[in-house]
Structure formats: C-alpha cells, structure tokens
Design a protein around this ligand. Structure first.
Ligand code: HEM
Length: 506
C-alpha cells in the first residue's frame, strides 16, 4: 500500500526533524484544520454574513490596516454586519444605529476580554492587569475616581504645569518637531505625574525608560503575540521582558516609599493610605498609565496640530486663556513682582480647577471635534453570555464584537462634510450614541476629567509660550491616518510643527 507507506515515511521524517521544523509544520497543520472546520460549518439564517476568501487572509489587514479592512468587509459583504475568523476566534464587526445602541448597552459584552485578544498593547500580568477579579477592577476604578476628586485634581495643577514647563523649556527658542513625539512626551510625563508617585515622576531617566517600554508593548504587538500568546516568538519575548521591567520599576518605587516612611502628596500615597492590596496598586499604575497616556497623548498631539492649522481657532483659544490669567492673578501680582515678570506656568497655576473646567469653551469644542475626526478607535468586546441579538443577527456567547468609531463619527448623515474639522458643530443629540469620543452607555471613559485637564493645561502653556504653525510636504494640512491604530499619525516626515517662543518666560 504505497499510500500508507508514504504516510509512514512522512511521519518518520516529521519525528526526526528538528524542533523548529516540527513546530512550523504543527502550526501550518493547526491553521489548516481551523480553516477547514470554519469553511464547512453550517451557515445559520441569523448569522452575520461571512467575509469571502480565506480566513487566514484576514489576520494581517485586521492588525495592520484595520480601517481599510473593516470598510472593505462592509463593502465586500454588502451588509452592515459581517463576521470572520481570527484563528479560532469568531469576530463580528458591526455598524449602524441599531447595532451601536445594542453594542454600548448590552450587559454581556465585556470590554477587557475584548481588548485582551484583539489589541495586546496592555502589559498582561494575570491578576494584575489582566484576568482581574471584578473586586480588583472595582478597587482600581474607585481609586481612579479618587484621583479625580476636586482636591486631588487641584493639587495636580501646579505639578502638571511644572512638568510641562520643564520639557518645553528644552525645546529652545525656535525649531520644528513632530508632535506625535514631542507633545506625546509631555503628556506621558504629566500622566506619570498624575497616576504614579514622585519616585518615578521626578526622575526623567525612569520616565523615559517607561515610555520606551510601553512603546515596545504597543509596537511589538504582532498578530502572533495576540493570537498565539503561547508561542515564544522573539516579539513575544520582547514584550514579556518589557512587562517585567515595567513591573520592576513600579514595585521598586512602591518599596522605596514604604521603606522611607515619608508621606508625599501623590497618587501612590493615596493608594497606600487607603490600604489597597499590592496587586491593586501595581495594576492601577501599570494598566491605567498606558490607557491614559496613549489616549491623552494622541489627543494632545492632534489638538496642537489643529491649533496650528487653524490660526483663527488658535487666537480664540489663546484669548480665553489670557482672560483667565487676568481673572485670577497670582497673589503676588502687585509689587514688587509685576505679573508679566512671573513665569507663565506659575501664573497659570493660580487658575482654579473650576475655571479650567468651565471657562475654556473653545478648547472644549476643539477637544470634542479632535476626538471625532482623529480617534481611530474600534471598540472591542467579548460576549460573555448569554447569546444575544444585535440588529437581528445572533452574537453567540464567546464571540468577539467590534464597533469602529468611524461608523458614527464619519457618518455624513450625522455630520455633514464629516472629515472637516469644525468645532462650531453643535453637540450631536438627535441619534442614540451619536458621539462616542469618551465612550458611551455601559463603558464610558473613567479618566475624562483628568484627561481634559491635562489637555487644557498643556495646550494653554504652549499657546501662550509659543507661536506655532503646521507645515507639510504636500502643502495641504495633514490628515489623520485612521489605519494607525495608536495615534492616527500621518506618515513620518511628511509634516512638522514649526514653533517660536513668544518671549514670555515659561
Ligand atoms: C483624551 C484622552 C482619553 C480619551 C479620548 C479616552 C477615551 C476612552 C474611550 C472612548 C473609552 C471607551 C472605550 C470603548 O468603549 O471601547 C474609554 C474607556 C476607559 N478609559 Fe479613557 N480616554 C482618555 C483618557 C483616559 C485616562 C487619562 C484614563 C485614566 C487615567 C482613562 C481610563 C479609562 C478606563 C479605565 C476606561 C474603561 C472603562 C470601563 O472599563 O468601563 N482614559 N476611554
């Protein structure tokens, strides 16, 4: 029987091959089996349409060109909801008003489970930043709320301004930069200040190291590290190493504080005083730091871009900050130090929290519009059960569900000329979840207050301390690249921010 002899020979060859060959063959066989099973599965009448073509072909574009891939999926299936396989995971991509309503309200849809398999940018430490018991997650969110109480936020104002001043001072009196590097760096520092402790935030070397490590987690995320987390690829090993280093930086700082016994007015102290368990403290810092810094840094970078592109809006926003400076002069503004001679950061630090929050309508409108046109987020959930229906289609227990924000934010029926940056647009109230820049329904951003305060303070210092404009290779203003999942960053080198100090001491 030549057939069985062939099979036997192949088996022997497989057994005698080295580990790398055996491993590669095993992976290929596994993928083929998964593909074949998914191909022959029965189609149910209420199942979302399947993407044409091989499921393996979906992996690369889903991770690397997500915006184009999702648009292509809607187009190729001719429906507003489609499904595809990411190896063994069933992923359903939704759009439209009915699906959006169900997506943001359904009890069974879980954000962290969705994030875990489909993103991979968070440092994954079981029980610390992933697979959290709901009690642990509850404690982390309770403490995040405490950071954003009036007293704590007010205490952060001078520290955030001083951090921003120190970094902006290093930019010199004129030059050009890529905001996705430089502005992001400022916001990374201010977020570290807000969410960690002086042991970390006061040390620029440690902060720079943390930034490198978190960037490594973001950019080292490959389809393999997310979909085959047990496969020891070089990318995965790098990510594990980065996670370990972040963990060590955080635990060293906690140990140093506990050993010193010196009380400090910062977030770590608040967590220690509240007698939180160590895993809550570490989880709080490791998880929230990146969630906060990435989103706030991206928004700040685009905000500075739009302020540079739209000089009329820049002038309006600067006038409002000037008005606040006039309304809240520093106590020592009379003799012997005239207001003008005081540094800008010190003057700004006398503006009370309430005024930052309620008296800068232009920056508020610009932040809102920035999140509509330059937030390349696709929300992800896993259905933890039971099976549910969304716009007439079944979402089985265990399936992943994706809702791209572009569906609502770039919908011309809701926002006329949707890609135009126009902060004069009225707040959308006519359709359910017509604006989800800060999330919606069951999952709203829990760091909004802190993020907005950071954005306004960084923008205010930059607006009054510098003049700036945006230059691009093509001459046209740079457009957000929705395929860049992290920052919607346009191609590197195709644009820059040109700046010049105004002469007011920072
Ligand atoms: C401009 C900055 C920010 C933006 C635009 C933003 C936006 C969002 C959005 C859209 C969501 C919902 C995601 C989804 O539905 O898939 C979300 C969730 C969340 N955000 Fe933010 N965020 C920002 C800053 C922050 C900061 C600074 C923190 C913490 C310090 C934070 C903590 C969280 C948390 C914990 C959740 C998850 C809430 C939950 O599990 O229900 N965010 N954010």
């Amino acid at each position: 029987m030549p057939y069985s002899i062939g099979l036997q020979a192949a088996t022997l060859a497989f057994l005698h091959a080295g580990f790398p060959t055996q491993f590669t063959i095993a992976i290929i066989a596994f993928l083929l089996i998964v593909y074949t099973i998914s191909f022959f599965k029965d189609e149910e009448p209420d199942a979302p349409a399947k993407l044409p073509g091989s499921s393996l072909a979906a992996i690369h574009p889903f991770f690397r060109r997500r915006f184009d891939f999702l648009n292509w999926g809607f187009h190729a299936t001719g429906t507003n909801m489609f499904q595809f396989q990411l190896l063994r995971n069933q992923v359903i991509v939704t759009s439209g008003e009915k699906a959006r309503e169900a997506f943001f309200s359904a009890r069974g849809l879980d954000l962290t489970e969705g994030f875990k398999i489909l993103s991979g940018a968070l440092p994954m430490l079981k029980g610390v930043t992933s697979d959290l018991q709901s009690r642990t997650r509850g404690s982390i969110y309770k403490r995040l709320a405490a950071v954003q109480r009036n007293g704590s936020l007010s205490d952060l104002i001078p520290a955030i301004l001083e951090d921003s001043r120190r970094i902006m001072e290093g930019w010199g009196s004129f030059g050009s930069f890529d905001p996705f590097d430089r502005v992001y760096e400022v916001v990374f520092q201010t977020t570290v200040r807000s969410l960690t402790c002086s042991e970390i935030a006061d040390d620029p070397v440690i902060v720079a190291r943390l930034k490198v490590l978190y960037d490594r987690l973001d950019h080292g995320t490959t389809p393999a590290t997310v979909l085959l987390p047990w496969f020891p690829s070089p990318a995965l090993l790098k990510k594990l190493w980065a996670t370990k280093e972040i963990y060590e930086i955080v635990t060293r700082a906690i140990d140093a504080r506990e050993r010193s016994g010196v009380w400090q007015n910062d977030t770590l102290q608040m967590l220690l005083d509240a007698k939180e368990e160590r895993l809550v403290i570490v989880g709080f810092i490791m998880g929230l730091l990146i969630a906060g810094a990435r989103a706030t840094g991206t928004t700040a970078s685009w905000l500075i871009m739009y302020l540079g592109i739209h000089q009329d809006w820049r002038a309006k926003a600067a006038t409002e900050v000037d008005a606040l400076l006039a309304a809240y002069p520093p106590p020592s503004a009379t003799e012997p130090t005239p207001v003008q001679a005081q540094s800008l950061s010190s003057q700004l630090s006398h503006i009370p929290l309430e005024a930052w929050e309620s008296s800068l309508p232009t920056l508020d409108a610009m932040i809102r519009e920035t999140l509509r046109v330059a937030q390349p987020h696709a929300a992800m959930r896993r259905n933890l059960g039971p099976d549910m229906h969304m716009d007439g289609k079944r979402i089985p227990t265990g399936a992943y569900v994706v809702y791209p924000f572009a569906d609502v934010h770039l919908d011309p029926e809701i926002y006329a000329d949707p890609s135009k940056f126009d902060p004069t647009r009225p707040e959308e109230t006519k359709v359910p979840f017509g604006y989800v820049g800060w999330g919606g329904g069951k999952t709203v951003c829990l760091g909004t207050r802190l993020a907005k305060l950071e954005l306004k303070m960084v923008a205010a210092l930059f607006l009054l301390g510098f003049k700036h404009s945006v230059q691009s290779e093509s001459g046209a203003p740079p457009e957000p690249n929705w395929n860049d999942l992290h920052m919607a960053r346009p191609p590197k080198g195709s644009f820059c921010v040109q700046y010049e100090r105004t002469g007011v001491p920072l």
